[in-house]
Design a protein around this ligand. Sequence first.
Ligand code: PLP
Length: 376
Amino acid sequence: MYEDYQKILAELKEKSHFRDLKNYEGKDEKYIYFKGKKLLNLSSNNYLNFADNKKITKEFLDFAGDKYSFGSASARLLTGTLPVYKDLEDLLSKLYNKESTLLYNSGYHANVGISSALCQKGDVVFSDKLNHASIIDGMKLSDGKFFRYPHNDMEALERLLKRERANYKNAFIITESVFSMDGDIADLKKIVELKKKYNCIMIIDEAHAFGVFGGKCLGVADELGIIDEIDLIVGTFGKAIGSMGAFVTGSKVMIDFLINKSRSFIFSTALPPINIAFTKWIIENKLTINNRQKKMLSIAQKMGSQSHIIPVVIGGNKETVDLCDVLFHNGYFTLPIRPPTVPVGTSRIRLSLTADIEEDELKNLKDIINESVLAK
Ligand SMILES: Cc1ncc(COP(=O)(O)O)c(C=O)c1O
């Protein structure tokens, strides 16, 4: 009865594409415990080490006491909107100086729910080729048309806009700011210029930049001083904030539209109030420590990346898996990133730094990687 599935799984195994869940023994700020070893965790989105942090957890619980429950027991539009949700939304609107903000249960929910709702029949999305799967899935669920432009290629985007824009009613340009697998940064200023020239709505996903970039830690748009120019900004709480959930901030009309039409928002139980309270507490109390982010970014720059995400492209699946294994035996936890997450032939180790990692902890890692790349 399940032969088809068995066959596909066997093929995945043969091509070193098979994924399985690993049972980690524990995590503790920048470390992860696995197979009896304490390893420096270089595969985490816990960029500011706020998750898995006993001191932070205790401080928060002392503050929260028994004020917040562990289940919302309802979608937001039913009985799920307690004051803490509105307080966090208002806080984000104020920080971004936008009219309105809406929380989603995750970045995946946000991206799937936004473009599928906003891009209607007769509309179009122009999306960077390397945008996250959640953005792609949102476009697939929409009734509009979508085009993917080559990664960060502004000339190609403009050619596409010139050719296609006039054929559609509403048009959207969607990009990540810091790209999740490549660690490079979109040319947001150029996209702002193009969105004005071709009358498009611009949406950016700051999942990996929120908390890390910008004078107010709000992301790359904050760093560039162009928040006002961008129609909708998405951020997530599951990465630098060390929590869970996401938000989109923008004009009241667009947020009202999403509240009415965004299915991943409407048809899902809201995150637990305690979780929302934690996110708000982190943003209000812990997100101003800017020198930690600066140190992390300066180490990354020396390793050749524009952000704290450093791709080490190896190519083949097996070589990538083997290199992770060598790193494991030398005290580093890394994961192989393989297709379909990245294009075929570009399997890689995606190193992600977190704020408390010191430069000299990475020396051995660099030597091992250099040796392995040179040996190819
Ligand atoms: C760019 C980007 N957007 C959205 C998401 C999804 O966010 P979440 O993990 O909160 O669902 C991710 C997750 O890795 C991501 O990399």
